[in-house]
Design a protein around this ligand. Structure first.
Ligand SMILES: [Fe+2]
Length: 344
């Protein structure tokens, strides 16, 4: 059966998509389970299916840089700077949890990638220092509740889970819900700013969040939150700053070599299916990493011909709930990854 499959490519963040091409007239093929490895954490059902020799036609957009949430505009300072409630030397955030499990409020998860000013590279080891008010709108000014810092990982990625910030009065009006950020790429100046949320009725009246141009333009710092179906609202915010970047090989040029085009279901509890394509004869490696960049599972490493493949990951019971990256390497160069959420 011939079919045209319209692809949307997801660049690691679930909210960010970019249409880049088609598999045209791709012929469905019988699949055979080639899992014989009995490796502990995985079940790999990659397919050979080479008999017809059909190579997926693949058109790539001509963007030079990896797209970022809201475009590739430098992250702006907030008009209010750090505000009056910053406390020096916050602790490291443990297990990505800024808010403890008993913290009152709506759970939210904020993640993104720290990128260089031209968005072609990511910046690892960037210190991302965050603080915000609790659900009733109060800061902990004697301790470090809802205060903490993390560093972006090797892929420039950061993530923390917390609660939706409460509001507090600024004179006679409420400030919109916001999270304060101090962002420090290694060897570069600190960017002090604030992040806001779409739909907040107090955005328009706030002197800082209502600014739509100039040095304090807040437009790209107002993000949407999407319910992940598990009671947590997820938001994505990429940070675009001056810094020493590293290439992840994940620009569109390398998407000529292969890509992950579906991870489903996501979130998942028992197993997740990964559909990916290899576009030239090469060694393809499909792996799973945790947020710290530690290898959790190797799903497949084999010499493959151009085709579509499927792998299934069944995480061992010892693997905790959390976010994991599925990574596709072609000839040892990472060409694509996607963020997934395991929920036990
Ligand atoms: Fe504040």
């Amino acid at each position: 059966m011939l079919a045209e499959l319209f692809l949307r490519v997801w660049y690691g963040n679930s909210n960010l998509s970019s249409t880049i091409g088609y598999f045209s007239k791709y012929q469905s093929k019988a699949m055979s389970d080639t899992n014989t490895g009995r490796r502990k954490f995985l079940k790999n059902s990659s397919i050979a299916a080479l008999a017809t020799g059909i190579i997926p036609a693949f058109a790539v957009a001509t963007k030079a840089a990896q797209p970022a949430i809201g475009g590739c505009n430098p992250t702006t300072l907030d008009y209010y700077g750090e505000g009056p409630f910053y406390t020096q030397n916050p602790p490291d955030i443990v297990n990505n949890q800024l808010a403890g499990a008993t913290e009152a409020g709506t759970r939210i998860s904020i993640s993104g990638v720290v990128r260089t000013l031209d968005c072609t590279e990511v910046i690892p080891n960037t210190i991302v220092d965050v603080w915000h008010a609790n659900d009733p709108g109060q800061y902990d000014n004697s301790g470090f509740n809802l205060r903490g810092k993390m560093t972006s990982n090797e892929q420039g990625f950061y993530l923390f889970e917390t609660i939706y910030p409460g509001k507090y009065l600024n004179g006679s009006v409420y400030r919109p819900a916001h999270i304060h950020f101090k962002i420090t790429p290694p060897g570069f100046p600190t960017i002090t700013t604030q992040l806001y949320f779409e739909g907040d009725q107090d955005l328009a009246s706030d002197p800082a969040s209502s600014i739509t141009s100039g040095n304090f333009n807040a437009s790209d710092r107002i993000i949407s939150l999407t319910d992940n179906g598990l009671g947590t609202l997820e938001g994505t915010w990429d940070i675009i700053v001056d810094g020493d970047g590293v290439s992840t090989g994940m620009d569109d040029i390398h998407l000529n070599n292969g890509m992950i085009y579906e991870v489903a279901p996501n979130p998942y509890s028992e197993e997740v299916n990964i559909r990916y394509g290899v576009f030239k004869k090469s060694k393809a490696t499909l792996s799973v990493f945790d947020l710290n960049g530690k290898l959790v599972a190797e799903l497949s490493e084999e010499q493959l011909n151009p085709d579509k493949y499927t792998a299934t990951w069944q995480p061992d019971a010892s693997i905790p709930s959390g976010h994991y990256f599925v990574s596709l390497k072609i000839n040892d160069m990472q060409v694509h990854y996607q963020k997934t959420l395991l929920v036990r």
